[in-house]
Design a protein around this ligand. Structure first.
Ligand SMILES: [Zn+2]
Length: 101
C-alpha cells in the first residue's frame, strides 16, 4: 500500500486531522484537547493570532497606531519640504549659472 502524503490541520484546542492530500480522506481524526488559553501580547493572541478583545483603543493622541501614523505623515512632510528645498536650490544655482554665461 502506498504511503499517502499527509497534511494536518492544526487548530487551537484540536490536535488536527491526518488528511490524505490525494483523496481528501480523513485518515485519523484529531482529538479535541482542552483549549489553550489565549495569550495576548501586543494586542493579539500569540497562540492563534486572534485580536485581543479586551484591547481598547486609546485616545487619538496616545494610541500606538495613531502616533505611528502621525510620525509617518510627519516624515513624509519633512521629506517633501527637503525635496522642495533641494529643487529650489538647484533652480537658483542653474539660474545663477545661466546669468554668468
Ligand atoms: Zn488564541
Amino acid at each position: 500500500m502506498l504511503r499517502m502524503p499527509l497534511i494536518s490541520k492544526n487548530k487551537e484546542g484540536y490536535t488536527g486531522d491526518q488528511v490524505c492530500t490525494v483523496y481528501g480522506e480523513i485518515l485519523e481524526q484529531g482529538k479535541v484537547i482542552p483549549k489553550l488559553a489565549h495569550n495576548y501580547e501586543d494586542r493579539k493572541c500569540i497562540v492563534c493570532g486572534t485580536a485581543d478583545p479586551s484591547y481598547k483603543p486609546a485616545g487619538p493622541d496616545d494610541g500606538d497606531a495613531d502616533s505611528l501614523q502621525t510620525g509617518d505623515n510627519r516624515n513624509v512632510t519633512l521629506w517633501e519640504v527637503l525635496l522642495l528645498a533641494v529643487l529650489e536650490t538647484i533652480g537658483i544655482v542653474k539660474k545663477a549659472y545661466k546669468a554668468t554665461e
